[in-house]
Design a protein around this ligand. Structure first.
Ligand SMILES: [Zn+2]
Length: 439
């Protein structure tokens, strides 16, 4: 304690005022601003960390100029967490309460990411808990065998299953010269299905770019002011089902809508600046990826996806529409292998298997072509336990929406609950909690 403080205490003791002053708390918006600046500071050490930022450009310039060392970032983050713990949020409005808990957890994840960059070694599950507030279930190989047997039955013929599967899928590749028109049709459909349920800012829009040499299949770079840049990686053949997947996941009602709603409701309407930055390695990503994946079935309930693909996208791509149902059936089976990617990543990142073994495992259990499997191991290198956000994220979001009555047989209610989740700061661990009774 500094001497000036002791003098102040002595003075206070002499006066007829209570000594036990409440500890000064920073206003929430000051804490939020400091959090944003820490995220930007960490972005100087980790090129993937800042996924989006549309707050004051001067803050970014300051982070670049200062280039705070990791130890300083960690110390500041820990101090900020203490400030946040002293802050009391009492409100009948649920959002400020969620905001407080959310910021606290995002900050913890930031500290964990700093520790990782400083050399801390975490297991796959420790890392996903620290960064994404969730741990994916473990599945033995036998868990996937039943699905593999079902796919085997659906694709009769000679030779290894993966070769038969590849031969079958080859008929469903979108020709390169039709890619743009097929994607444009898919995006327009996803948008028109989303707009009746979501009030989007009038100026919202995105641009699509086709790129190469990336470890991912598609990416939404949110720019602020309700705009996104969506990139589609064309390194590998693009199958017809990717059109709806990407249009929903990256666009409507996925990442583009999610970011635009956070910007509108939290950043613009409430002035909560922490939502103008998106730290990729944080719990927010489980919500982002989970909603983006679950949004596909919200936008296309039942067999509506198959109908649209068969009647519109297959002809637009010049593919044989009579095969659409068979293709959708096989895809439904392979989707059951979604968690296989987590197993490969867990073993690979825990150093139980090497890259060729991980790729071979993905080829066998996730039905990936050798080239896709190799691309996937590069994704593991770059994004690590992030992989759980797609499948576990989807399942947790689905569970949450359904627990609030947003079940498949109640499509309007499902949209309402889904959009409510998109526009609120909720943590992955909140998704597991049973819904509180509504007043
Ligand atoms: Zn995504």
């Amino acid at each position: 304690m500094k001497s000036a403080s002791i003098a102040a205490l002595v003075l206070l003791a002499g006066a007829a005022v209570p000594i036990a002053q409440p500890q000064q708390t920073l206003p929430m918006n000051t804490i939020a601003e400091r959090y944003v600046k820490l995220v930007l500071a960490l972005g100087q050490h980790d090129a993937d960390y800042v996924d989006a930022f549309y707050g004051p450009p001067a803050w970014k310039a300051e982070a670049e100029r200062q280039r705070l060392p990791l130890t300083d970032i960690r110390a500041s983050a820990e101090r900020l967490a203490a400030d946040l713990s002293r802050f009391k949020t009492e409100s009948n409005d649920e959002l400020p309460v969620l905001r407080h808990a959310y910021l606290r957890r995002q900050l913890d994840a930031l500290v964990s990411r700093v520790r990782m960059l400083e050399g801390a070694t975490l297991t796959f599950d420790e890392e996903s808990q620290a960064l994404y507030d969730a741990v994916a279930p473990v599945h033995p190989d036998s868990y996937f065998d039943a699905t593999l047997k079902a796919i085997d039955r659906a694709l009769p013929g000679e030779g290894p299953l993966i070769e038969r599967y590849e031969a079958f899928r080859r008929k469903f590749v979108i020709p390169a010269d039709r890619l743009t028109s097929v994607f444009d049709r898919a995006i327009a459909e996803c948008r028109s299905r989303t707009l009746p349920h979501v009030q989007l800012p009038a100026n919202e829009s995105f641009t699509v770019e086709y790129v190469k040499n990336k470890p991912w299949g598609g990416y939404n770079w949110y720019q602020g002011s309700s705009r996104s840049l969506i990139q589609v990686n064309t390194d590998l053949p693009i199958y017809i089902d990717r059109a709806i997947d990407l249009a929903c996941h990256e666009g409507y009602p996925g990442h583009h809508v999610y970011n635009a709603l956070l910007e509108k409701h939290l950043v613009r309407d409430r002035g909560w600046v922490e939502f103008s930055v998106y730290a990729l390695f944080s719990p927010q990503s489980l919500i982002a990826e989970g909603t983006a994946n679950y949004g596909i079935e919200v936008a296309f309930p039942g067999d509506e996806r198959l109908v649209f693909e068969r009647d519109v996208l297959f002809p637009a791509a010049g593919l044989d529409a009579s095969q659409a149902a068979a293709y959708a059936g096989t895809r439904a089976l392979t989707e059951r292998l979604a968690y296989a990617g987590n197993e490969a990543a867990r073993r690979y990142l825990n150093r139980e298997i090497d890259r060729p073994q991980a790729a071979a495992w993905l080829t066998r259990y996730a039905m990936m072509s050798p080239a896709s499997a190799e691309q996937r191991t590069r994704f593991f290198d770059a994004y690590r336990s992030y992989v759980i956000n797609y499948n576990l994220g989807k399942d947790l979001v689905k569970q949450f929406v359904e627990s609030r009555g947003g079940v498949a047989t109640e499509p309007a209610r499902r949209w309402t609950e889904f959009v409510r989740l998109l526009a609120s700061p909720r943590l992955p661990s909140d998704l597991r909690a049973p819904a509180r009774p509504r007043r």
